[in-house]
Design a protein around this ligand. Structure first.
Ligand SMILES: NC(=O)c1ccc[n+]([C@@H]2O[C@H](COP(=O)([O-])OP(=O)(O)OC[C@H]3O[C@@H](n4cnc5c(N)ncnc54)[C@H](O)[C@@H]3O)[C@@H](O)[C@H]2O)c1
Length: 168
């Protein structure tokens, strides 16, 4: 039997691209997969920039499964740059890339299984940028700093052996 059989996995941005592949691989391995995406998907359609949506999603996951083994913060922040990225758009990028991973971890705190892992899909853009993508780099860099300290807090908050990792 697969080591992931019966595990509960949350994948943000799991309706498309890399997140969709992650979700499919976990399903094939026998895990229950809870996708959170703006796009149509079999589990939950919502906006990661909305605190009410984050709360409704976590309530649903915990009501149905009781605990979480893996939280994969994968959804991609907005890709816009200095000349045309507005205040609202810049803040939206940070909400998707930094605030939502933090808030999901916080809302699930106390409900992570022994040995649980939070995986934030990062990018080499957390250390560098390209013209026209500054809000994306800000979100990736912010997430990098946030998971370093969130991991320490989460690890000491009753999750037992708790892993926190950023994947590039
Ligand atoms: N594709 C690459 O070359 C690459 C390279 C390095 C890192 N990454 C990282 O990998 C991850 C996945 O990238 P991808 O290329 O598969 O992205 P993608 O754009 O193909 O898919 C992202 C998914 O996130 C969802 N999403 C975006 N904003 C959302 C919101 N507000 N609420 C809910 N869902 C939302 C989208 O609907 C989509 O399904 C991202 O974190 C990205 O930064 C990608």
């Amino acid at each position: 039997m697969s080591e992931f059989a019966g595990k509960v996995v949350v994948v943000t941005g799991g309706a498309r691209g890399i997140g969709r592949c992650i979700a499919e691989k976990f399903r094939e391995a026998g895990a229950a997969v809870c996708v959170f995406d703006l796009l149509e998907n079999p589990y939950f359609v919502g906006n990661l920039a909305s605190e009410p949506d984050l709360r409704v999603f976590c309530d649903k996951v915990l009501a149905e499964y009781g605990q979480v083994d893996f939280l994969v913060n994968n959804a991609a922040p907005l890709f816009k740059g200095l000349p045309d990225c507005s205040w609202d758009e810049f803040n939206y990028a940070l909400q998707v890339g930094v605030t939502a991973p933090y808030m999901l971890t916080r809302l699930l705190l106390g409900h992570f299984a022994e040995g649980a892992a939070v995986v934030n899909i990062s990018s080499s853009r957390d250390r560098m940028s390209m013209p026209g993508t500054e809000c994306y780099t800000a979100a990736k860099g912010g997430d990098c700093g946030a998971y370093a300290c969130t991991g320490c807090v989460a690890g000491g908050a009753g999750a037992g052996e708790f892993h926190f990792a950023g994947v590039d």
